[in-house]
Design a protein around this ligand. Structure first.
Ligand SMILES: Cc1cc2nc3c(=O)[nH]c(=O)nc-3n(C[C@H](O)[C@H](O)[C@H](O)COP(=O)(O)OP(=O)(O)OC[C@H]3O[C@@H](n4cnc5c(N)ncnc54)[C@H](O)[C@@H]3O)c2cc1C
Length: 572
């Protein structure tokens, strides 16, 4: 058995996004406040709990991708003086103008009024990558031990109690054999482990399944694909927020797009964020979010924002869309789930940063109180759920609790449902107080069924021009993705035979389409039933987790690769 070093902490946070960093920063603030009160009153004892945070990216922010228009509510609660802090918070621009557009293939029109959930005055356009780096600096100043480049590979458990996190091994070759630089991943033992892995975390997935933490509905997700462009000044002013609906998505596919005016590049040009979210509960087995974004950019209402510009960065990431009733139980013996890992995302507003931060703060308060009492059992950590229910974050999530599910009856029904919920402050929804849904992959139709008599995918090839539209490999290049090539494949296909047999016949190998980074390819292979075999280009993987979510047979398991591997997002 591999020997592993063990390091003891009071709190271990897994994931350096807004949720994990808010947990760490607020925890440190609570310790400071407690000790100051002890010093002032002369009563009680000062404490010095040990807290660490691990992040799988080589540096904080490198795996962070968001739209992103940030509602400042979360940051106001976490760091009330952030607007005047030094170093300055990296906000790109305050929103000064917003509107929504309905797109058709040939054009589109501006909505006469902006739907209330898409109003953004008072919010800020940010780069999540930069925001996370800035928060990381604050956490380190407060004495948090931040370890980037260290993936949590496994939760350490004693029965139902989470007692720590096992870090990923380094230096294993693609056949699973140790190389000369082999280093066994250590164990970070924690009295409380806060899981802040973001959407579809690999540890979260296992824990939810093992301890049956599922919510009333299974979680459903979306995939967001995004590009950042440098465009001539004046073409898209910093602080302009445009949301799009309709084209290129069909009426049975949930989703929408955005164009956000960001700040200036060093060369004095403006940056623009353009992206599209596609619900990962679509029917079309050939759905390809990357391709849909390319189509969206060709639309005559969208293209002028990018004309004469240059694509700088590309990225893709999933996001939890299921809402309040899809949230798992977020507490247990020795653990708490926060942020996207807990499913606290407002899909009606496409906003999760403020909620991720708020959940992290409430988790920090719970962890601090539990450690003070010396009880980190589920009977004590349940306080986290109670705090969330009593907080503004619950009120916000309650109002949009059925938003995504409403679209399962089609776009029109979804919009009516959303309008109804908005008008009545979430009090009544169109059909029911609690709309049900199934796991997203179950909505995908088989090729024969979806394409009817033609029986073959009808996906017409898009001729990318390399200026406005790009093929997947060019896009992956712009994501800065890099992995050590000689390591075990981190996309574990548990039944590979299915790929060259049933999946060819039934779904036409949808992994080739749904992966936004060209990881999955069907290669010609003589002697197989259909003459093809699955090839996995794992080094292209941008860690979006779409394959883990959308594979129709659920035989793809995304696990953490060697530390530091993955995309290198900047400005995203
Ligand atoms: C395309 C897109 C557009 C969006 N637009 C907006 C928007 O405009 N406004 C808004 O407010 N929200 C938006 N969101 C949502 C928002 O980005 C998320 O809700 C928010 O980032 C969640 O924060 P988090 O800390 O929970 O997760 P994340 O930001 O995902 O951070 C999780 C971190 O954990 C790390 N990690 C994961 N697993 C492990 C592991 N096993 N070991 C170590 N580290 C690990 C990841 O690398 C990552 O850095 C958008 C999301 C997407 C995908």
């Amino acid at each position: 058995m591999t020997e592993r070093d063990v390091m003891d902490f009071d709190v271990v946070v897994v994931g350096g996004g807004p949720a994990g960093l808010a947990t760490a920063i607020h925890f440190a603030n609570l310790v400071e406040r407690h000790n100051a009160a002890v010093r002032k009153s002369g009563h009680g004892e000062e404490v010095a709990p040990q807290i660490c945070l691990i992040e799988k990216a080589a540096e904080l922010g490198a795996h962070s991708l968001s739209g992103a228009v940030m509602d400042p509510k979360g940051l106001d609660a976490l760091l009330p003086g952030w607007r005047t802090m030094e170093p300055k918070a990296p906000v790109e621009a305050e929103v000064h103008d917003d509107y929504a557009m309905w797109l058709t293939k040939a054009g589109g029109f501006k909505f006469p009024i902006t739907p209330p959930p898409l109003k953004n005055h008072g919010n800020f356009v940010v780069s999540l990558n930069k925001l996370v780096k800035w928060l990381g600096g604050i956490a380190e100043q407060k004495g948090i031990q931040v370890f980037p480049g260290f993936p949590g590979a496994k939760l350490v458990r004693e029965g139902d109690r989470v007692t720590g996190v096992q870090l990923g091994d380094a230096g294993i070759d693609k056949h699973g054999q140790p190389k000369g630089n082999f280093q066994a991943g250590g164990i970070l033992a924690g009295k409380v482990v806060v899981i802040a892995e973001g959407s579809r975390g690999s540890l979260t997935k296992q824990l939810v399944a093992d301890l049956h933490l599922e919510g009333k509905n299974p979680q459903v997700y979306g995939i967001g694909v995004k590009e950042v462009w440098e465009v001539p000044k004046g073409q898209c002013a910093p602080g302009l927020v445009v949301h799009t609906m309709g084209y290129p998505l069909d009426s049975h596919t949930f989703g929408g797009g955005w164009i956000y005016g960001m700040g200036e590049t060093e060369g004095g040009k403006n940056m623009v964020s353009v992206g599209l979210v596609v619900g990962l509960d679509y029917r079309d087995p050939t759905m390809d979010a990357h391709r849909q974004l390319q189509l969206m950019k060709l639309n005559p209402k969208v293209a002028p924002f990018l004309r004469g510009g240059k694509m700088l960065h590309y990225g893709a990431k999933s996001l939890p869309e299921g809402g309040l009733y899809a949230m798992p139980r977020c507490y247990g013996d020795g653990f708490l789930l926060v942020g996207d890992a807990a499913g606290v995302m407002n899909s009606m507003r496409l906003k999760g940063i403020h909620l991720a931060m708020r959940s992290g703060m409430l988790a920090a308060e719970t962890a601090f109180a539990c450690l003070q009492k010396g009880d980190t059992s589920a009977a004590a950590t349940v306080a986290y759920e109670q705090k969330m229910k009593a907080d503004w974050m619950h009120e916000e999530l309650w109002k949009c609790r059925n938003f995504h599910q409403g679209f399962h009856k089609g776009r029109l029904a979804g919009l009516v449902n959303a309008g109804f919920a908005t008008m009545f402050g979430g009090k009544g929804t169109f059909w029911s107080d609690e709309l049900k849904s199934d796991a997203g992959h179950t909505y995908m139709r088989k090729v024969g069924e979806y394409f009817g008599g033609k029986g073959k995918p009808q996906c017409d090839k898009l001729a990318e021009d390399g200026t406005l539209t790009f093929d997947k490999l060019t896009s992956v290049y712009s994501s800065g993705t890099l992995h050590e090539e000689d390591q075990p494949c981190h996309l574990v296909v548990t039944q590979p035979d299915l790929c060259s047999t049933r999946c060819v016949e039934e779904f036409g190998n949808p992994c080739q389409h749904f992966c936004p980074a060209a990881v999955y390819e069907m290669e010609e292979k003589a002697g197989t039933k259909h003459g093809v075999e699955l090839k996995i280009n794992a080094s292209n993987c941008v860690h979006c987790k779409t394959c883990d979510i959308m594979d129709p047979y659920q035989v793809i398991n995304w696990v953490t690769p060697e530390g530091g591997g993955g995309p290198n997002y900047t400005n995203l």
